[in-house]
Each structure stands twice: as C-alpha cells, then as structure tokens.
Design a binder for this molecule. Structure first.
Ligand code: FES
Length: 402
C-alpha cells in the first residue's frame, strides 16, 4: 500500500489528528515521555500495592470449625481483585513470623472489605491462631490480591461448573456472586452456573442458607450438595465428585460436557481427585482451572514422594546465611521448608506461598527436597539446586543457603 494511502487511512481515524497535535505541542516544551512512564507505574502501584494494612472489622461464625474474618483497610482503600484471587496474610504468632494465603470469599463488587473464610485445620498452626485468638480491631498486613484462578471471559465461555470441596467454597462463592452480578447486568441469557459442593459432614457446610436462596432466585444457577460422611438420617446426596456423578448432574452429551469450563477449589487431595475424574471424561486441560493457594497438605500422597519416607519422619536442616553465619534445626519431612524455617527464626521473602512467584527461592547445598508439581520450578533452577521453599519438603538432612 503506498504511504499516502496509509496516511489517508490514519487521518480518517477519529482522534488521530488530535493526538498528532498534542504530540507536536508536547515536543515543543521538551516533554520527556519517561515522565509519563513514571506516572503509569505510580498509578499501577497505587492500584496494586505490595502490602495492605488491614483491620478486623467483624468475625462471623459460619460453622463449628469455620469463621469469616471481615477485613477493612486502615487507609480506606482496598485494591480491586478478580473473583477467585487470594491474599497472603502475614501473622506473628508468639514471635514466629509467618504467612498464609487465603482466598477472598466476598464479591469483588464489595469494595469496602475483604472476607476471608477460614477453616480450622487439625494441627494447623495459623488457622488455630486466626480462629481462636483474633479479635475485632486486630491489625494485619497482607499482600495485595494475587493468583490466576479466575474466570477469563474471553476464553472460558458462559457454561461454568464449580467443583468445591470444604473451605474451597470460599473462592467459588466470590466467583458465583460475581457471575450472578455480571449475568444480570449484561443480561447474559446463555450463562449457566453449576456448583457441586462436597463436604465431609453436614455440619461442615458453609454458606448453606445464602447459596440456597441464590439458587431459588436465579434459574441459571444450580447447586448439588454432596456429603461424604453423612449422619444416619441424612437424606441428601452422598459420596464423592466422581466422573459418573458429574455426567449425571450436568445431564449433557459428552461433547457438550467437555466444552464446559471447570473450576476446582478445595484441599490438594480434592483437586487431584476431581482432576482425575475430568481426565476420565476427556475434558481438555485448558477447560479446567485448579485453585492453587498454599502448599499440598499431604505431600506424602503425591507422586514422586520417596518410598519408605513417612510423613512424621524428621530431618536436620542446616541454614547457611549470606553473612557466613549458620544454624540448625529439626523439621518434619511433610512440613514446607519455609514454614519450618520461619518457626526457627529464619525468613525468606515470600508472597504467594504456592510455588508461583519464586520470591522464596533458596539453594539446596546438600541433601534432597521433594518439589511437587505445583512448585513450577524452572529447569535451570532445578539443575542448579534451587527450590521454592514454600512448597519444598526436605526428604533427607539438608543444607540450605539463604
Ligand atoms: S512464596 Fe511464591 S513461590 Fe514461594
């Protein structure tokens, strides 16, 4: 195309001449466009701050073992987030500095607080503290919202299935509230939402009344409740999220089922089980998103875990610091290295605690660690002995360079 034709086309674009005039004007005053870059960076930083200062404004008792902490900003600004994302909450428990990622369970349309719905984990260090010791008015620092577990309207479509296990309902609730809002606002007549919510016991079910009301109100939302360890008189559905159950509930031919978008959220064992069921149904990996926040709870059940090593085994961890000092402590093999380091007074920068951001990288000088698939290690890191300490488990006596 001759240049004159291209120029004519550009000039026909609305606003093109104005932009040229503006640029000409700025160049007369010697404007440095790097200043504009700085402004953009500052705007982005203000929308996505690295650290948030939060205060507990309310504590809601959901079930016997679950509470929701409602957190407001100390400076009246909470950054926007994508439904399904999490924040990493920093805590100091009797002198031990540590952090845990928690999915935001409130809707992104709610701009005045974040809800974190937390279930007490047996032997859980942080969940016990958050559920037993925290009071309204307590202060916390966290990262900004992060994570890639969210609905992408360009690629995920409108036929969405949420497979939630236990407290995995937290991100699913945020996504469902968001999707309901979006469906109503944009009058999306093709939108279909199906939640399959699995809990161990009836008493563990979170948000039951709220979800039932939403299902009654919106015919594009259907919910299946599933209890794996029912009491004698329970009359609802029981069992697990099997391939047969998914086929029966979604009631579509296999081809339609394979085109749906599946979001799996819950404990690691639940992720693995559901992913396997979808694989059996030949659902492509790109149609499945798996929530990833936190290290696997039972690494000893994952493939690649060394034979003959049991979860309660202990090893010696020797820490070498850059200043030449060193220290030693004992750690269980099923505890992430970062957690045991923090309990013993050693810290590494961290944000996601899920193997995604690489901030917690440490070098293994001697010995071996187990890196689960979610560690997302680069092959060069692996080759030179680096690991993501938030999701690495020491499987022999190890020496670590901090
Ligand atoms: S804290 Fe992000 S990879 Fe470990």
């Amino acid at each position: 195309m001759p240049n004159t034709t291209a120029n004519n086309i550009l000039h026909a674009v609305n606003g093109y001449q104005d932009a040229l005039d503006h640029q000409r004007e700025l160049s007369k005053t010697g404007t440095d466009y790097n200043e504009q870059n700085g402004k953009v960076a500052n705007t982005i930083a203000s929308l996505h701050p690295k650290r948030l200062e939060l205060v507990v404004s309310e504590i809601i008792e959901d079930t016997q073992s679950t509470k929701t902490l409602r957190l407001k900003s100390k400076n009246n600004f909470l950054p926007p987030f994508q439904a399904g994302q999490y924040i990493n909450l920093f805590v100091n428990i009797k002198g031990t500095e540590t952090a845990r990622p928690y999915a935001i369970s409130s809707a992104p349309q709610e701009r005045s607080f974040y809800d974190l719905t937390i279930k007490k984990v047996a032997e859980g260090f942080v969940s016990h503290f958050l559920l037993s010791d925290v009071k309204v008015g307590d202060h916390f620092t966290s990262t900004g919202p992060m994570g890639t577990f969210y609905h992408n309207p360009l690629f995920h479509g409108d036929d969405l299935v949420f497979l939630a296990g236990g407290s995995g309902i937290a991100p699913a609730r945020s996504m469902i509230l968001n999707m309901i809002e979006d469906t109503l606002q944009h009058r999306k007549t093709t939108r279909k939402l199906h939640l399959i919510y699995a809990s161990s016991y009836e008493a563990d079910v979170i948000y039951e009344n709220e979800l039932k009301k939403l299902e009654e109100k919106h015919d594009f939302l259907t919910i299946t409740w599933l209890i794996s360890r029912p009491t004698k008189n329970y009359s609802g559905r029981t069992g697990h999220v099997s391939a047969e159950l998914i086929t029966e509930l979604l009631g579509d031919d296999l081809e339609t089922l394979q085109e749906k978008m599946f979001y799996i959220c819950g404990p690691t064992s639940f992720h693995d089980y559901c992913a396997e069921q979808l694989k059996q149904l030949k659902v492509k990996a790109r149609r499945v998103r798996i929530e990833c926040n936190g290290p696997p709870k039972h690494p000893e059940t994952l493939s690649g875990w060394p034979e003959n090593l049991i979860a309660s085994d202990k090893v010696q961890v020797t820490i070498h610091k850059a200043d030449g000092s060193q220290g030693q402590f004992e750690a269980r093999v099923d505890e992430p290295l970062l957690n045991s380091m923090e309990r013993n007074g050693y810290s590494a920068e961290n944000a996601c605690r899920s193997g995604e951001c690489s901030l917690c990288r440490v070098k293994v000088l001697k010995g071996s660690v187990f890196n689960p698939a979610e560690a997302h290690l680069r092959s060069t890191d692996e080759a030179y002995g680096w690991c993501h300490s938030c999701v690495a488990f020491p499987t022999s006596n190890v020496e670590i360079l901090l």
